[in-house]
Design a protein around this ligand. Structure first.
Ligand SMILES: Nc1ncnc2c1ncn2[C@@H]1O[C@H](COP(=O)(O)OP(=O)(O)OP(=O)(O)O)[C@@H](O)[C@H]1O
Length: 349
């Protein structure tokens, strides 16, 4: 892990409309987005946002419609220019790049996956997956090879000669993912990438993304308005409200230690056993480790999956990742986490 994040968002504000002195003063005096719009006609899409995305993590940006998620992701690849603040991606200040530098920078570093993306009906799956590379004028042989590798990663290599209308919605979305993976960039920006899929397929895609991520170790910024999705795939989550970031934290922090009443209201009705994973509450294997517990569970398993073992009288489970025991989860801890309510800023750890 690097000392600094791969993406650093520093005091970034985006205002649509004129950034007049009046707007700036209202922002400084912490006036609400609605009031600023009423008084000036300017929309505050992102407000003094600060966050750091670490290399190799799945960083989820979550919030209601209009909270500023899409604007934030578009600021990262500078499809939108910030009104104020700095965006540092891989040590480069993206706001300062010339048009030419920006094009090259995006090509090497950033790929984007959208909810809806154009698959060309007259191109087969392989050609569709290679389309991003075609735009970049990569020679045909090379781009088809890369696209084929990417299709293999998403489990679609057997379908490469099919056409989009022969594939299900979930499979089509995988082609979109393959198209982004074929670019071989370190960073993937995913904007509501699974939101158009029906619930079961969506769960499946979330699972596959995490499996892929274990192999690829990309840095993924994933936007969603769905709390379950955020909790299930995010290493960390930023929750946005009216353009501001209300909290950044690991899933269990968001659920157990909401930073304010807004975050608390977001998480209050969730079934913790179905969103928190074993890895979220385990005690990591330390120097004082004596021996592996007899019974084990996968680190990605949801908490309710521990119930059967605990019902049998087992008191603790070894937590496994890639066949290695990385920690332990005790019955008492699971019980404590499921039994307690969340406390705003409370010390519940
Ligand atoms: N091009 C634009 N011009 C003016 N206002 C805009 C523009 N794009 C976004 N906005 C406004 O900025 C705010 C943030 O929008 P944004 O699309 O980033 O939110 P979001 O959280 O991604 O919402 P959704 O989930 O509905 O896509 C909203 O109030 C929106 O109306």
């Amino acid at each position: 892990m690097r000392d600094v994040g791969i993406i650093e968002i520093k005091d970034v504000t985006k205002v649509f409309g004129d950034y007049t002195k009046e707007v700036q003063d209202l922002l400084h005096s912490n006036e609400s987005k609605d009031e600023i719009f009423k008084k000036t006609g300017a929309t505050v899409a992102v407000k003094s946002a600060n966050m750091t995305v670490e290399q190799g993590e799945v960083f989820v940006v979550m919030g209601l419609s209009g909270s500023g998620k899409s604007t934030l992701i578009r600021l990262i690849n500078r499809l939108i220019d910030p009104t104020d603040g700095n965006l540092i991606v891989k040590d480069k200040n993206v706001s300062k790049l010339s048009a030419e530098e920006l094009r090259e920078f995006r090509r090497v570093n950033l790929s984007m996956v959208f909810q809806k993306f154009a698959l060309f009906p007259f191109k087969n799956i392989l050609e569709n997956a290679a389309f991003g590379l075609e735009v970049r004028k990569i020679p045909k042989k090379e781009r088809l090879e890369k696209a084929e590798n990417a299709l293999r990663l998403v489990g679609l290599d057997n379908y490469k000669t099919q056409y989009p209308d022969q594939l299900s919605g979930g499979m089509q979305q995988r082609v979109g993912l393959a198209r982004a993976l074929a670019n071989e960039t370190d960073i993937l920006l995913m904007d509501e990438a699974f939101s158009a899929l029906d619930p079961l397929i969506r769960k499946e895609m979330q699972h596959e993304l995490l499996q892929l991520q274990k192999k690829m170790k990309k840095t993924i910024v994933f936007i969603t308005h769905d709390l379950d999705e955020a909790l299930s795939i995010g290493d960390r989550i930023a929750l946005m409200k009216d353009g501001a970031i209300a909290q950044v934290g690991r899933p269990e922090e968001i659920v157990r230690k909401p930073a304010d009443d807004y975050v608390k209201s977001f998480v209050k009705d969730i079934d913790r056993s179905k969103v928190l994973k074993v890895k979220h509450i385990m005690t990591p294997r330390g120097n004082d480790w004596i021996s592996d517990p007899k019974h084990t569970i996968d680190s990605e398993a949801l908490l309710y999956k521990t119930f059967d073992a605990f019902k049998e009288g087992v008191k603790e489970l070894g937590v496994e990742e890639n066949g290695e025991t990385i920690g332990v989860v005790e019955f008492d801890k699971v019980f404590e986490v499921l039994a307690q309510g969340s406390e705003v800023n409370g010390d519940v750890g």
